[in-house]
Design a binder for this molecule. Structure first.
Ligand SMILES: [Zn+2]
Length: 490
């Protein structure tokens, strides 16, 4: 059928390119029957063998390709000259970059009821974090670590799959003995994150609180932007048993726990958003005396991989495809770190992401995991920004989280292509990309205002006329760098 549909004349194809057939409306934001169906699917898929997992993924991919070519203007244009969907292989499809997606956001959507103005109004309103747009869509933004902030629109079916993956695989309900947790309403869960924007993590916490009001007292988010002593006080008062944080934040909180200022008794600490080094994992686990688990997710797909009891990250390969590729887009073998990773989201049709360049470097582990899961196990080499440590009043060191600094620069100063270096105990150097130098004064002002809120008035900020330096080997941009570490520790 697919091949018959695709046999059209060049003239017809040229005239219809970009005019997608309207897609059927996706289900509501939260639909209990879809949620139950996704949970059943994820449950049954968890211990399938490699071939069965690949079989499920292939069927989903074929359906997604047919859908995207019919209903999404971007893919009608991109795939115009490709053979029929039934014969095309994933690695023959073009790579999709964030810039392409964001250049014409509505063209990437199968949502006739959404336009750019409605999406922009939604993400400009912090009061709507976790709420549905038009009654049925989740909209998440991502940081502009590659120079362009991302906007991602997910439908109720995709959210049901993400929730099922979190609950059944990450939380382990289909893997091991039932753990107590927020879904059992017996342990408090705290997330420390940038909570002032529509980021996937905070939007998910707020969405769950809306969908399951009984859960609300057991789930709370705390801002990474506030002064550390305030955060410590709030966490001490809330007494969570489960804590989720960026590794850099977890490391700082581990220091607070060891210094006796933070008094948490944690069952588990979850780290995500940055790569978790072995050293950080060990330090945090020792400080809190609990298990540290790594999470790997993104605004493009909330729950990409889950850690098994051997702390290997297994890709949810029945619902998301990852291809590790080199700098020329060729596949890299297991055991070799990729230059970047192409993601295909098999759960979301509202904004299909097919061979989307995620920017992360992953290594597929060559050996099978002793836990028995046949989902591929990976290591993630994510962004490696530094925590800065500025000397404040009375000689006390104040820690600056890279996530918090990035949030201030992106949201308050509206710059994305930047690099901030600490070159002395009270000295920062800012580099801005060519297109953003006109905002240099506003950027310095936003930084100063933030530093002042943390009791760090008078810190020197110099503007370096150079552009942000990318790493020579990987081409990756580290945005927050502690250049003083080697100097001050010597
Ligand atoms: Zn495993």
């Amino acid at each position: 059928m697919a091949s018959m549909v695709s046999v059209t004349s060049h003239r017809r194809r040229r005239t219809t390119a970009g005019l997608a057939a309207p897609a059927p409306l996706p289900p509501a934001f939260f639909d209990a029957s879809h949620w139950g169906r996704a949970a059943g699917d994820v449950w049954s898929g968890t211990w399938l063998d490699r071939d069965a997992i690949a079989g499920r993924a292939l069927l989903r991919l074929a359906a997604l390709l047919r859908f995207a070519r019919t209903h999404v203007p971007l893919y009608r244009r991109l795939y115009r000259d490709l053979p029929p969907a039934s014969t095309v292989k994933l690695d023959e499809l073009p790579v999709l970059h964030k810039g392409q997606l964001m250049a014409d956001l509505p063209a990437s959507l199968a949502a006739a009821d959404l336009d750019r103005a409605a999406i922009d109004a939604f993400i400009a309103d912090p009061g709507r974090i976790g709420a549905p747009l038009a009654g049925r869509y989740a909209v998440w933004t991502s940081s502009g670590s590659t120079g362009v902030p991302g906007i991602f629109v997910h439908d109720g079916d995709a959210l049901a799959v993400y929730d099922a993956l979190e609950l059944l695989r990450f939380r382990g309900l289909s893997v091991g003995p039932l753990p107590a947790g927020p879904f059992m309403a017996s342990e408090r869960y705290a997330m420390v994150a940038a909570i002032e924007g529509h980021f996937a993590g905070i939007a998910t916490v707020e969405r769950l609180r809306r969908n399951f009001p009984l859960l609300a007292p057991w789930v709370r988010a705390f801002s990474v932007l506030q002064p550390l002593p305030d955060l410590v006080e709030q966490l001490n008062a809330y007494r969570p048993a489960l804590l989720a944080a960026y590794p850099t934040m977890a490391e700082v909180l581990a220091g607070e726990q060891q210094a006796g200022r933070l008094h948490l008794s944690l069952d588990q600490l979850w780290c995500g958003g940055e790569s978790l080094s072995t050293a950080t994992r060990a330090q945090v686990a020792q400080a809190f005396g609990c298990r540290v688990r790594e999470a790997y997710g993104a605004s493009e797909f909330l729950s990409i991989a889950w850690p098994c009891r051997h702390d290997h990250l297994h890709v949810n390969a029945d619902w998301v495809l990852l291809e590790g590729v080199d700098a020329h887009g060729r596949p890299v073998p297991p055991g070799v770190p990729s230059h970047t990773t192409l993601l295909t989201n098999l759960a979301n049709r509202t904004q299909p992401l097919i061979r989307y360049d995620l920017g992360d470097s992953i290594t597929v582990l060559p050996e099978p995991c002793p836990c028995g899961s046949q989902m591929p196990a990976i290591e993630v080499q994510g962004r490696s920004d530094d925590v800065l440590s500025i000397t404040g009043r009375h000689g006390r060191a104040v820690k600056l989280m890279p996530l918090a600094l990035a949030t201030v620069l992106e949201d308050d100063a509206l710059v994305n292509d930047f690099q901030l270096l600490q070159t002395g105990q009270r000295h920062l150097v800012l580099r801005l990309g060519r297109d953003e130098r006109a905002r240099a004064d506003a950027t310095c002002a936003a930084l100063r205002a933030y530093l002042q809120r943390l009791g760090l008035a008078g810190v020197r900020i110099d503007l370096d006329p150079a552009s942000p330096h990318r790493e020579a080997r990987s081409g990756k941009l580290r945005r927050v760098i502690n250049g003083a570490r080697g100097v001050t520790s010597g």
